[in-house]
Design a protein around this ligand. Structure first.
Ligand code: F0G
Length: 467
C-alpha cells in the first residue's frame, strides 16, 4: 500500500529573509530627473532653504513623512464615499468610531492638522508663568506653547540625547526631572510624544508611560499624548518591551491611551492621510471650551476644517496602520536604510527610529561649528549631489531661544523621513549611494550663515549663505 504522499514543506512567508512591501503599485507619479547644475541654481533661488525648493526639482523627497504617504485603494474608495453634510455626516461618525476604537477618549474634536489641535488646547491651558514638560516638543508644539507665553521644556532621558546609546526606549521621560518640575513649577499639562520625533523617532515604553501617569496623578496634572506615530511606537513596544510580544498592536495602543487624559494628533502621519488631525480628551468642561475654539477658527465639531472625504480616508487609514504586516515592513524598511548607511560609515542615531533615519551631522562634520549649522551643510549637499531632500533637525530648528539669543541644539541631526508606502527599495539604495558619496567628501563641506529669519519657526522660511 502506498503511503500518504509527502506533504511539501510549507513555510510561512515571514520565515523567509526578504521582507517584501505588503502592497503593489496601483498608480504612479513621475520623478523628474535634474542635473547638478539645475540643482545648484534651484538652491540659490531658494536661499539654500530646502523648504523653499519646488518639489518637482526633488528626486527623492525625504523632507517629511507628514501627509506625503501613498493612500490605499480602500482609502481612495472612502474618498468617493465622503459625505459633505455640514453637520452629522456619516463620514464624521465613521471617523469618530475609528478614533475611539483605538483611543477611547470621551470627546473627539477633528482639526485640519496636528498643530491646529495644539493651538486649540494650548489656547486653553497655556499662558504666562506656566511650564509644559514633554519628552521632546516637536517644533510646532514648542511654538504653540511659547506663543501663549508658557515655557516648553524637554525632559527626555539622558540616553535620548546620546546618538550612540542603544537604549530600546530613548523617547522615555526622565521621571526624576519631571517630578522636580511638577513640584516646583505651575504645570497645566504633561505631554508625551510617541514616538519622540525630534529625538530621533525613538519610542516610549509602557513602563515609562505608567511612571509618568503615576507622577501626574500625584500632582493632579493631566497627561496628554502627542500621538502622531502611535502605531510605530506600539510596534516597538511589542518587539522590545518584556512581556508584550504576544499582544496585538491595537491592544497595546489602547493601553497607551489608557494612561492619558487626552491627545493631540496629526492624521498626516500614522493615520496615513494627506491631511487632518484631532484633539481628544475626557474632561467635559475643557472639551466644551475647545469645541468653541474649534467653531471659531476651524469649523463645526463634526468636520473641524476637513472635508467629509478626508474623514473617511483617516478612518480607513487607522484600520490599516495597526496591521502587523504593514508595520513590520515599515519598521524594517526604515532599518534597512539605516543599516545600509551605517555599513558605508555614515554616523546615524541608534537604534534606528520608526519613521526616519537621523544622520548625525555634528559627528560627520566636526570642522563645522554648531552655530554654523552642520545639519544644514549636510542637507544642502544631499540635495546638490543627488536631488535628495531632507530636513535639518538641530540648531536651526531649535537653537533660537524666545529671547532671540542662539545656542547649539542638543544634537545636530539631518532627518531622512520616509513617506509611508511611497518609495521602493531601489530608491532607498540610491539614497544610500548618495549619502555615502557625500560622507566620503565630508571635509569639503562648509557651514552656513543665516541671511534673514523670522522671529519664530525660522527653519521654514529663513535664507542662508554658504560660508
Ligand atoms: N507633533 C509631532 C511629533 C509632529 O511630528 C508634528 C508634525 C506635529 C505634532 C504637528 O502636526 O504637521 O499635522 O500640524 N511633524 C511633521 C514632521 C511636520 O515633518 O515631522 P501637523
Amino acid at each position: 500500500m502506498l503511503g500518504e504522499p509527502a506533504q511539501p514543506k510549507m513555510r510561512s512567508m515571514t520565515a523567509f529573509h526578504t521582507i517584501i512591501e505588503p502592497f503593489r503599485i496601483h498608480s504612479v507619479e513621475p520623478i523628474r530627473m535634474t542635473t547638478r547644475e539645475e540643482r545648484i541654481a534651484a538652491l540659490e533661488a531658494a536661499g539654500f532653504n530646502l523648504f523653499r525648493l519646488k518639489s518637482e526639482d526633488v528626486a527623492i523627497d525625504l523632507l517629511t513623512d507628514s501627509g506625503t504617504g501613498a493612500m490605499s485603494r480602500d482609502q481612495w474608495a472612502g474618498i468617493q464615499r465622503g459625505d459633505e453634510s455640514y453637520a452629522g455626516s456619516p463620514s464624521w461618525y465613521r471617523f469618530e468610531a475609528a478614533v475611539k476604537h483605538l483611543f477611547p477618549f470621551k470627546h473627539v474634536i477633528p482639526t485640519h492638522q496636528g498643530r491646529a489641535a495644539e493651538r486649540i488646547l494650548f489656547s486653553q491651558l497655556g499662558g504666562e508663568g506656566k511650564t509644559v514638560p514633554n519628552n521632546t516638543h516637536f517644533d510646532t508644539t514648542r511654538a504653540n506653547v511659547e506663543f501663549t507665553g508658557a515655557r516648553a521644556i524637554d525632559l527626555v532621558i539622558a540616553e535620548g540625547q546620546d546618538p550612540t546609546s542603544e537604549h530600546p526606549f530613548k523617547g522615555n521621560m526622565d521621571l526624576g526631572a519631571l517630578e522636580l518640575v511638577l513640584s516646583t513649577e505651575h504645570v497645566p499639562v504633561v505631554f508625551m510624544t510617541v514616538t519622540n520625533n525630534a529625538g530621533g523617532g525613538q519610542p516610549v515604553s509602557l513602563e515609562n508611560l505608567r511612571g509618568v501617569r503615576a507622577l501626574c496623578d500625584r500632582f493632579g496634572v493631566p497627561l496628554f499624548l502627542d500621538a502622531c506615530r502611535f502605531a510605530e511606537n506600539a510596534y516597538f513596544i511589542k518587539h522590545r518591551e518584556p512581556g508584550q510580544s504576544e499582544r496585538t498592536i491595537t491592544d497595546i495602543v489602547r493601553e497607551m491611551a489608557s494612561y492619558a487624559d487626552g491627545m493631540t494628533m496629526s492624521a498626516k502621519k500614522d493615520p496615513m492621510a494627506n491631511i487632518g488631525g484631532w484633539l481628544a480628551l475626557n474632561d467635559d468642561r475643557l472639551a466644551e471650551r475647545c469645541k468653541t475654539m474649534l467653531i471659531l477658527t476651524g469649523g463645526f465639531t463634526t468636520y473641524g476644517g476637513l472635508a467629509g472625504r478626508d474623514l473617511e480616508a483617516i478612518a480607513q487609514g487607522l484600520e490599516e496602520v495597526v496591521q502587523e504586516e504593514y508595520l513590520r515592513y515599515r519598521i524594517c524598511s526604515t532599518a534597512y536604510l539605516g543599516d545600509a548607511l551605517a555599513d558605508v560609515g555614515v554616523p546615524i542615531v541608534r537604534p534606528i527610529g520608526g519613521h526616519a533615519v537621523f544622520l548625525d551631522a555634528r559627528q560627520l562634520l566636526p570642522h563645522i561649528d554648531p552655530l554654523e549649522y552642520p545639519g544644514q551643510a549636510l542637507a544642502v549637499a544631499l540635495y546638490r549631489e543627488g536631488g535628495i531632500r531632507s530636513c535639518e533637525i538641530g540648531t536651526i530648528m531649535f537653537g533660537r531661544r524666545p529671547d532671540g539669543t542662539e545656542v547649539p541644539a542638543a544634537m545636530d541631526l539631518v532627518r531622512l523621513a520616509i513617506p509611508r508606502r511611497t518609495y521602493t527599495q531601489s530608491q532607498l539604495d540610491y539614497v544610500v549611494e548618495v549619502v555615502g558619496h557625500v560622507a566620503e567628501h565630508a571635509d569639503e563641506l562648509r557651514g552656513y550663515a543665516i541671511t534673514q529669519e523670522p522671529p519664530q519657526l525660522r527653519h521654514f522660511t529663513a535664507t542662508f549663505a554658504e560660508l
